[in-house]
Design a protein around this ligand. Structure first.
Ligand code: NAP
Length: 465
């Protein structure tokens, strides 16, 4: 895939970038290794200062950064500006809490002193997707740099300006040369970098296929890895749900980021008693969405990020309809320039249709009718994914069952699944492993070091491991 900025709203190529070659990759790895030695010796106070300055820059420049995101991947401008703000919030969270989250933990073991220390691993490669081109990177970088690691970013090939801007922001914030570098490279270079002895770990956010490939390489080289992959999140509506709120949230939860979010609600599982009460206003609201130029603040749904993504989505919908799914609205590419696709709702989806269990990465909602909570849980768990889930009910016993029985990394009751710097984020099953954000996120790329300092008189050896 060429490394280029192509406006998804017009199809115009605005800039092409020559990929970095072997010499540049070697330089980057050498610099990262040197920076890792320096950066691990800096104090939490210094790192917090640099992260706070990064937050200041993100907030000050949010309008320009927002326009850059929208131009490269098509998200509505207001959401792009908020994304810059959310990155600032993550930087501030780890600046304020990083030291506490990584403080030594003392353990009473009888003789001498014992504690657990959390030391940085070193150079971490981050392979990132285009859909939240700033947020995905900052949610890795803020905790990783605060923990004393250094980062190398291989961003998606369609967001090179964002990739370079992030490196620039962190440098201007005060992080030393080499602490965070962007490499403009294709996916085929990733394997060699993971294998390089100077790289300690890798994190990937992206598709299941890319996750399997990176996890396999990491495994072969015995490198720590975190993979955050796709999802086909359920949104369950039970009879006691506040219908107005459920419908309104359902539309936002599906259409956020032009339908291209890993934690977007993708499958709407509705109890038969409230099926019609949910479906009619849901379809009306979806059809009424304002589709158009993402640079205009009134636009609710912009183009898909690339023509290939739009074409794949169109094919998944066509095959689902051919298999017997009912098309309630939308279902077509929008003619003209740009990668636009109509906001779409499918219902009565048979088990062999792509919309039944594949991830549909665009503005297409799949609706399922169920007759009881057992069936709702079974449909919710009926895909290979397990990222997020949203369930709408005011009945406490139902809430408890959803929390306990849904196979997902995040379960939200009466609300939309969203990430929050204070809470761990990640999936199970084919949605990946490991966690980002919160305390668990900052502890992914650390050496959890056991330290025992014995008093000489009490020192004794153990024959077991
Ligand atoms: P993608 O094709 O997997 O790309 C993601 C990144 O991986 C890009 O930098 C890409 O580089 C690279 N890549 C692709 N194939 C690779 C391989 N075999 N080895 C190493 N690197 C590889 O994903 P996408 O289509 O851009 O993003 C959408 C997917 O990401 C969806 O499935 C979505 O659900 C998932 N996602 C998950 C989360 C989460 O937190 N769980 C968040 C956002 C998105 P190139 O661009 O150069 O190909």
């Amino acid at each position: 895939m060429a490394i280029a900025t192509i406006n998804p709203a017009t199809g115009e190529t605005l800039e092409e970038f020559a990929p970095h070659g072997a010499d540049r990759i070697e330089e980057c790895l050498g610099r990262a290794q040197r920076a890792a030695v320096y950066h691990r010796g800096t104090s939490f106070r210094e790192r917090a200062e640099w992260l706070t300055r990064a937050a200041d820059i993100l907030e000050r420049e949010r309008q320009e950064l927002g326009r850059m995101m929208t131009l490269e991947m098509g998200k509505p401008i207001a959401a792009a500006v908020s994304e810059a703000e959310k990155c600032a919030a993550a930087c501030r969270y780890y600046a304020a809490n990083g030291e506490r989250l990584l403080a030594d933990e003392h353990v009473e073991t009888g003789d001498g002193k014992s504690w657990i220390a959390f030391h940085p691993l070193g150079v971490v490669l981050a392979v990132m997707p285009w859909n939240f081109p700033f947020w995905q990177v900052f949610r890795f970088a803020a905790p990783a740099l605060m923990a004393g690691n250094v980062g190398i970013l291989k961003h998606a090939s369609n967001v090179p300006r964002c990739a370079l801007a992030i490196e620039d922001i962190l440098r201007r914030a005060g992080f030393a040369e080499g602490v965070f570098q962007t490499l403009l490279i294709g996916a085929k270079e990733v394997e060699g970098i993971i294998a390089d002895r100077r790289v300690a770990a890798v994190t990937l956010t992206g598709s299941e296929g890319a996750g399997r490939s990176v996890a396999a390489t990491a495994g072969k080289n015995l490198k720590k890895s975190v993979v955050e992959l796709g999802g086909s999140d359920p949104f369950i509506v039970m009879p006691s749900a506040d219908m107005e709120s459920a419908v309104k949230t359902a539309v936002t939860a599906r259409m956020i980021n032009n339908g291209q979010s890993c934690i977007a609600a993708k499958r709407f599982i509705v109890h038969t008693e409230v099926y019609d009460a949910f479906l009619k206003p849901f379809v009306e609201r979806v059809s009424a969405l304002r589709v158009g130029d993402p640079m205009q603040s009134a636009t609710e749904l912009g183009p898909l990020a690339t023509a290939a993504i739009r074409d794949e989505l169109a094919e998944q919908v066509e095959r689902s309809v051919a298999a017997g799914a009912q098309l309630l609205t939308g279902g077509k590419r929008i003619e003209g320039t740009g990668n636009y696709y109509e906001p779409t709702v499918l219902a009565d989806i048979p088990g062999n249709a792509p919309a039944y269990d594949q991830e549909l990465f665009g503005p297409v909602a799949s609706v399922f009718r169920v007759t009881n909570i057992e069936e709702a849980i079974s449909v919710a768990n009926g895909t290979v994914f397990g990222l997020g889930a949203s369930a709408w009910t005011t009945v406490e016993s139902e809430q408890e069952r959803f929390v306990r029985e849904i196979e997902a990394g995040l379960v939200f009751i009466n609300g939309m699944v969203a990430s929050d710097p204070r809470l761990p984020f990640g999936g199970v099953k084919s949605s990946g492993y490991g966690r980002e954000l919160g305390e668990f996120g900052i502890r992914e790329f650390v050496n959890i070091k056991t330290v025992r300092v014995m008093s000489p008189s009490s020192s004794k050896s153990s024959e077991t491991e």
